[in-house]
Design a protein. Structure first.
Length: 259
């Protein structure tokens, strides 16, 4: 397993978010290191999406400390998250079926020179970023409507890479995918780790989570309920933490050494 750097890329401590009487997150901790895939798991309503939205700057927590590279930061909006090197791929992917791969990658940030679209530059960058991801997209000019579900995921993930992120949050990237497309998407996640990024993977699928993640963080009723080494934890232990049959406790503080 890859040795973790001492200072996490992202450290969240005591994150709390309430909506009226609903406690979405209560005193939640989460850390992500470079070259690490951290799976965030939990039952429906456990707080996974809320935590992802805090990282993405979509939701501002009521309290808690967020650090990037050991320095305290605030993430008041998505632009701030982007500036801090955080990219998020939400479940809807936000892609346009009527556009081709390159147009989707550069949607809203097209390259222009003297008002003229720089098609060949954008194509070259599209090829480069898709190659980095080992995407199976047939061509950068293929219309999105011709792509498989797995290939679409690769376009959505590649689009985040154009912003040179350091942390990528993936919200249920394999939900409703076939076995073959799921396997393809898992290779993209591994590739993100190989590229040195920290990845937060939200998933309900324990097979995916155990196949691709280094660490598994369980949320239950908005609270930390277990932190597991994905290589050694049993299926039963993880499910026990998710359902509440067992409570394993908070993630370790301070950060554990390489596992
Ligand atoms: N904007 C909101 N207003 C009120 N309650 C909210 C809001 N967003 C989330 N919640 C509540 O916070 C809790 C955690 O929701 P969240 O969506 O983060 O859970 P989740 O683990 O992502 O669940 P799922 O797997 O079903 O998506 C739930 O009780 C949810 O109803």
């Amino acid at each position: 397993m890859v040795e973790r750097t001492r200072t996490p890329l992202l450290s969240m401590r005591g994150i709390t978010k309430r909506y009226g009487a609903v406690e979405s997150l209560v005193d939640v901790d989460l850390e992500v290191h470079a070259h690490e895939v951290v799976a965030l798991v939990g039952d429906n309503g456990a707080g996974k999406s809320t935590l992802a939205k805090v990282v993405a700057g979509v939701v501002v927590p009521d309290s808690g400390l967020v650090e990037v590279d050991g320095a305290p930061v605030t993430i008041p909006n998505p632009k701030a998250a982007q500036r801090l090197g955080v990219a998020t791929v939400f479940q809807d992917l936000a892609l346009c079926d009527n556009l081709d791969v390159t147009a989707n990658l550069f949607l809203g940030r097209e390259m222009r020179s003297a008002g003229v679209m720089q098609d060949s530059r954008m194509e070259a960058m599209a090829r480069s970023v898709l190659r980095d991801l080992t995407s199976r997209v047939p061509s950068v000019r293929t219309p999105l409507s011709h792509l498989s579900a797995g290939q679409r995921q690769s376009v959505a993930i590649a689009r985040t890479l154009l912003g040179s992120p350091r942390i990528v949050v993936l919200d249920e990237p394999t939900a409703a995918l076939s076995v073959a497309h799921t396997a393809e998407v898992l290779t993209y996640i591994e590739r993100l780790r190989d590229l040195g990024l920290g990845v937060i993977l939200i998933s309900h699928n324990m097979n995916d989570v155990r196949a691709v993640s280094d660490r598994i963080e369980v949320l239950r009723h908005g609270r930390n309920n277990g932190s597991f080494d994905a290589q050694t934890a049993s299926y039963g232990e993880i499910i026990g933490a998710i359902t509440g049959a067992s409570r394993v406790g908070r993630p370790l503080r301070p950060v554990t050494a390489a596992s």
